[in-house]
Design a protein around this ligand. Structure first.
Ligand code: TXA
Ligand code: MG
Length: 396
């Protein structure tokens, strides 16, 4: 067990604590820090031993590469050769900010563990003063996945980091709650198209606007559509499909709303371009069912029915609800957790991971969640909710 140091920064970002954290990073330590999306667990990206400690602390599979965080775009030269026009445009518009670009990597620029042996590296400049100042003080490019145990919801507060990693990392810099609450958007530019490998803080609509006419913005892999019709759509478009599951587990008419799905395989037809999207992610400990549909009354009715069914099966049940519908679950023997308004997906995005952790704290065995509209950040929100549900979705 390591002693995990705790550095408070809410009182200012220039203090001694941040310098100590930066020195720990420069010396091969692994330190968690806030970004505008979620907390990251950082190490010097050039130091293989330090990066190996990240994988060990998280229990992360070694074929899932890490994002390299820079204090500013100027340091990009050391990682990659040359940018094309679209990449330059994206960087100008989005950095610092929640956009990660996958770029050809310069040989030897970072540890091969960071790239998982690929010939590309994922890079971003976070829009969080504490993160940028820490990276600048360390003098290193900082490889940082989200600072959670692999498979768990990403941390949006320092307390979440400690819950998962206390005793396994050298320290955590506390910068309060993160703003966006979901991870960055990961993109790769191929020819004249921007491929979204993982939806996130920068919306698809925004990418279209930045890229302008003539540039296609494509979703794939991480943007898995709901099963059934989703599978057909994806097949038609030749995309890789993320949730290929046992038919019974995705059968919308299944009578057993919350049978065990935790052990079920979630894999993909093809090796996805972003290796991380094939793993089960962001999951609470209880089994989660996601209910989606356009008619709010039908969604509420289906959520109620699934919750009642699970309770009859002896489960401790929770409902993740929109603020508009929360009152309609009163009287059920279920904890009701309000995620946010259906009209303000950014609020739900900010709260989702903390709510999933709350589900665990309450000891819930079964969680029934309402889906949210997919516009804007709603796409990333629903991507994470589908993953948290292990692909178990009921469409009504
Ligand atoms: O907002 C974020 O991006 C947070 C904060 C800490 O910056 N970081 C984060 O890292 O979410 P992580 O490791 O949890 O997710 C990184 C994602 C994974 O899906 C990984 O497969 C993908 O980026 N990735 C990394 N390098 C890649 C590469 N060379 N090619 C394709 N995908 C890559
Ligand atoms: Mg992660």
């Amino acid at each position: 067990m390591l002693e995990t140091k705790y550095w408070q920064t809410e009182t200012g970002i220039g203090g001694h604590g941040l310098r100590e954290a930066a020195a720990a990073l420069a010396a091969g330590g692994i330190v968690a820090f806030p970004t505008e999306t979620v907390y990251g667990l950082g190490a010097d990206a050039r130091n293989t031993e330090a990066v190996a400690r990240i994988f060990a602390a998280k229990g992360r599979p070694s074929d899932n590469p890490l994002i390299v965080h820079l204090a500013s775009g100027e340091a990009l030269d050391s990682l990659t050769e040359r940018l094309n026009d679209i990449e330059r445009k994206l960087i100008r518009a989005c950095w610092p900010g929640p956009l990660t670009l996958v770029l050809p990597v310069k040989a030897g620029a970072v540890s091969p563990l960071v790239t998982a042996g690929l010939d590309t590296v994922a890079v971003r400049v976070p829009a969080h003063d504490v993160a940028r100042r820490l990276i600048a003080l360390s003098g290193c490019p900082i490889a940082a996945p989200s600072a959670n145990r692999s498979g768990r919801p990403s941390p949006t507060e320092a307390a979440h980091v400690l819950e998962d990693l206390s005793g396994r990392i050298d320290g955590v810099v506390d910068g309060g709650e993160t703003g966006i609450g979901l991870e960055s958007t990961v993109v790769r530019v191929v020819g004249d198209a921007i491929h979204i490998l993982r939806p996130g803080g920068v919306t698809c609509e925004r990418l279209r606007q930045i890229a302008g006419p003539g540039v296609q913005v494509m979703t794939e892999g991480g943007e898995a559509p709901p099963p059934s019709e989703g599978l057909r759509d994806a097949e038609r478009q030749g995309q890789s499909v993320e949730f290929v599951r046992d038919a019974a587990a995705v059968d919308e008419s299944s009578e057993a709303p919350l049978e065990h799905v935790r052990g079920a395989a979630v894999d993909s037809v093809d090796r996805p371009r972003s290796p991380g999207v094939k793993y089960k992610h962001y999951a609470p400990l209880g089994d989660m069912l996601l209910v989606v549909g356009d008619d709010p009354d039908r969604v509420v009715a289906a959520v109620r029915e699934a919750a009642e069914h699970a309770r009859r099966d002896g489960c401790k049940v929770g409902i993740i609800a929109s603020s508009e519908h929360a009152g309609r679950y009163a009287g059920l023997a279920a904890e009701v957790l309000v995620c946010g308004s259906r009209h303000a997906p950014a609020e739900a995005a900010r709260r989702l991971y903390a709510l999933l952790r709350e589900c665990d704290r309450l000891g819930l065995d079964a969680i029934v969640a309402e889906g949210f509209p997919e516009a804007g950040i709603g796409a990333a929100l629903m991507n994470r909710m589908r993953k948290a549900a292990g692909g178990r979705i009921r469409k009504v």
